[in-house]
Write a protein that binds this ligand. Structure first.
Ligand SMILES: [Zn+2]
Ligand SMILES: [Zn+2]
Length: 103
């Protein structure tokens, strides 16, 4: 049995595409629990998707999303990096000020 058939399939969003002369295309989207990207669920497409045991949710299957870093955690880490960079900048300008160097 396929992994997605065994697991709870959570549809994040849904779209209907209508075009003249073509049948209406309906797509279910799932959301990657690691990068928050939405992707089509195409039954039998053989596109490799992942499943994270820790998040208990599907992933988009990209190599970057194979390891478990939840996107909220990722954002938190990015935020911390920015905060650090800003602090570094503040320290630098304080140092410049102390040394009497004007930028
Ligand atoms: Zn992803
Ligand atoms: Zn995960």
């Amino acid at each position: 049995m396929h992994v997605l058939q065994r697991t709870r399939r959570v549809t994040a969003s849904y779209s209907i595409t209508t075009q003249p002369d073509t049948p209406t295309a309906e797509f279910d989207y799932a959301q990657c629990c690691h990068c928050a990207k939405h992707f089509h669920i195409i039954a039998g497409s053989k596109i490799i998707r992942g499943f994270c045991q820790r998040c208990n949710a599907v992933t988009c299957g990209l190599t970057a999303c194979m390891s478990c870093v939840h996107f909220e955690k990722k954002m938190e880490l990015e935020f911390l990096a920015i905060k650090k960079a800003v602090q570094k900048d503040k320290v630098r300008s304080a140092l410049f000020e102390m040394l009497g160097i004007s930028l």
